[in-house]
Design a protein around this ligand. Sequence first.
Ligand code: GRF
Length: 213
Amino acid sequence: MLKTVVCVSGGGTNLQAILDALDNGSITNVKIEAVISNNAGAKALQRAESRGIPGILMTPKAYPDRESFNAAFTEEMCRLAPDLIVLAGFLVKIPEEMVCRFDGRIINIHPSLIPSFCGVGYYGLKVHEKALERGVKVTGATVHFVNEGMDEGPIIAQKAVAVEEDDTPESLQRRVMEQAEWVLLPQAINAIANGKIRVKDGKVRCVCRMEET
Ligand code: GRF
């Protein structure tokens, strides 16, 4: 069983997609050990609680500076000792020491086709606003391993989504979630849990195609 910790900040629809995939058997060999949120009001925490999964609040606001938060966050993660950390809409930058300790075991979902519309300042609705401003006809989502950079780690999987003429940032966000994020993230977790994807020398090694997982 892959001991997994999911980090969240908001609605937790990606967390829900993972829980649903566990229920219907499309993710196997995974146990969600805990859900960590930086936001006490995150609906994601309620979703965890309703499943009996421990919810942990870990917010920079509770610490005098970023350094002490980073140390406490890393310590908490070491205590949980997960095999896999899933960032599912988590808006806090992962401390470098945690990336080091869990190298190749942290994944993130980003709501664009990286390297477009990613990096510092590209989160939530802003990603979709920028995509519409630029007039792209196709966008999507990416699951990638996390390194010290912002949305820069090795790419595991991507799924394209068409932009429609009358899209608003909200309608595009919804379509990207439904058609890409909620599909891709559970698939990637299942593939990792079943030894089908790993990272080696900074490169993602897939031993099968994602669709077959
Ligand atoms: C998703 O679009 C995710 O890709 C982004 O933040 C959003 C979080 O949504 N990083 P939710 O909390 O999973 O509903």
